[in-house]
Design a protein around this ligand. Sequence first.
Ligand code: PLP
Length: 422
Amino acid sequence: MAEEPLLIEAAEGSELIDTEGRRYLDGVSSLWCNVHGHRHPAIDAAVREQLGRVAHSTMLGLSHPWATELAARLVEIAPPGLNRVFYSDSGSTAVEVALKMAFQYWQHRGGQHVRKTSFISLEGGYHGDTLGSVSVGGMPLFHSTFEPLLFRSHRVEPGNLDQVARVLAMHEEDVAAIVMEPLVQGAAGMVTHPPGFLRAVRRLCDRHGVLLICDEVATGFGRTGTMFACEQEGVSPDLLCLAKGLTGGYMPLAATLASERIYEAFLGSHAEFKTFFHGHTYTGNPLACAAALASLEVFERERTLVRLQPKIRLLREWMSQVERMREVTEVRQCGLMVGIDLGEHDPGLRLGHRVVLEARKRGVIVRPLGDVIILMPPLSISKQDLRRLVEVVAKAIRAAYPVAELDAGAKGRLDAALLEAA
Ligand code: PLP
């Protein structure tokens, strides 16, 4: 199937506009990062104002007022105990920083702690594409090619607390930290964890002297219904990774928040060289910090999280209807993050991809993860647009199905009634 390249030239609210002037609902928030809609007047103005001062100045050896103000705001809204902020520029680097900090923390602690050089991570986990993030990733399609380049990580099944406890008991002496996406594993296809899993992992980490790294790159900034997913289980990780929605989806900016105990381990005289040697050129970019500050203000002024709750409930109701479609195996939802699972199919059918193309014809942009269709609209989406998103995706699934099965000459799941309807 030929795929038309689509060039996005402009955007407005929840919609993207291509070079032909066609409008599309942004059903995946421009890769899970847009929060308050495109071209939000307050964020636009903040970035323009910042352009009138300075676009970029390094954070290496210097700082700037927007970085310090943003750090203070992040500490205010983050789970308790996360008092220190280290900037970088993408989700992958936020995780990379957390991994290196966790490792170096134990090196500084000295004694037998220096043996803590490995990690525990979850099957199906996704933490970015840099080699550290890939080492704790659990998606063979993305990660297995790089196996010879990766460091050691003990993989556990999401939700399997007994297994986490067993691996911790066996390896507490060599494990620096557990890395996980809290509540829901996005790139795995919105795989949700059983309630209480995160809280129980936190307790196990404390019992075994292992740090907890929560990767809220996808779940952060309201996606799950609360500012951070960790809040829902009353958990404070030792390290928290933020990116994507941090700037409202405007600019590449990331932050790794750390507890005081981790920060203090890096203090010492110059000659001790306890420094955390990690700095990217555009770390803490002022334009991005200005966008992030404006986005956090919009959260307050527009009561974004309060206004989000009825939309989450409506989406749940509509999704239960989608789940009843014969083409759909399961729907998984956490807040405004949804995965519509179409089940196991021959990868050659490229069913998920076909659904995406059908949705595009109908004015909606979504993306598949294999045969799981992901919906993750901006938090600011109107109820009408949310309804449109669900309806179009349901129609796109219907439309893609028979075509996909016929093209590949597949048998089995296709039934005659569905074919007639097509
Ligand atoms: N961590 C999680 C949970 C993610 O979902 C992603 C990206 O989807 C990343 C990290 C990587 O973020 P980035 O693409 O900004 O490097």
